[in-house]
Design a protein around this ligand. Structure first.
Ligand code: 13P
Length: 251
């Protein structure tokens, strides 16, 4: 991390009903109420957005969606649009999470459409990229990440790219307890920043935040945050417990 303000984001995935999410948000809000040097975001399930938004009103914690559909409205049963997330109180939206790519057919092309839809509505996309275990083992990490970046961000202007947050989440480190080593993570983060510089210029590359995700815990966050190109974390499991998420926020 350099002069970029850190962002610690909690992805609650398909955990927590409305009442459970309300309890977690209430506890978290009191634990981090004095934090001003780090941006904080939580992304509950869609059904909990309303209740969590109410609780977080006036707090330092921002709200995010876990996904969206790129159309503004229409006959798309089961989908949620950017204006719906915005009206529910979201300022961020996670896009292209590896679980969406793996189980729900998300591709770099759909990620690109979703990023544009989020930007049009003034939401901050948190675009997720990262290689699988097989891809890492066959030395394809950089080519996979490069393709995800190129295709996911295709056609964006520098002004648009400036508004993004990126999240590098090696798939083999998600929910497995296997964190990438700080050097493994830094190496890919640095590569990502260089690609952003090539595509969008020096100023975007210097200001864009690149989060690390994959088994982030209170025990490993400070070492990760000490790396030059790691600007925050996208936390799954450890964000479901208010104390451990608050400890991560206070890295
Ligand atoms: P874990 O922190 O549970 O490994 O999940 C990471 C993740 O996928 C965050 O989006």
């Amino acid at each position: 991390m350099t002069n970029r303000k850190a962002l610690i984001a909690g992805n609650w995935k398909m955990y927590k009903t409305g009442p459970q999410a309300a309890e977690l948000a209430t506890r978290l809000k009191s634990l981090v109420s004095d934090v001003t040097d780090v941006d904080i975001m939580v992304a509950p399930a869609f059904t909990a957005l309303g209740v969590v938004a109410e609780i977080l009103k006036g707090s330092v914690i921002h709200l995010g969606g876990q996904d969206l559909f790129w159309e503004v409205e229409g006959a798309y049963t089961g989908e949620i649009s950017a204006p719906m997330l915005k009206a529910a109180g979201c300022t961020y939206v996670i896009i292209g999470h590896s679980e969406r790519r793996q189980y729900f057919g998300e591709t770099n092309a759909t990620v690109n459409k979703k990023i544009r839809a989020a930007l049009l509505e003034g939401l901050i996309p948190v675009m997720c990229i990262g290689e699988s275990e097989a891809e890492r083992e066959s030395n394809q990490t950089f080519s996979v990440v490069q393709k995800q970046l190129e295709e996911g961000l295709q056609g964006l202007t520098s002004d648009e790219a400036q508004k993004l947050t990126l999240a590098y989440e090696p798939v083999w480190a998600i929910g497995t307890g296997k964190t990438a080593t700080t050097d493994q993570a830094q190496e890919v983060h640095e590569f990502i920043r260089k690609r952003v510089e090539t595509a969008f210029g020096n100023s975007v590359a210097n200001t864009i935040r690149i989060l690390y995700g994959g088994s982030v815990k209170p025990e490993n966050i400070s070492d990760l945050m000490a790396m030059a190109d790691i600007d925050g974390a996208l936390v799954g499991g450890a964000s479901l417990d208010a104390d451990s998420f608050a400890a991560i926020v206070r890295f």
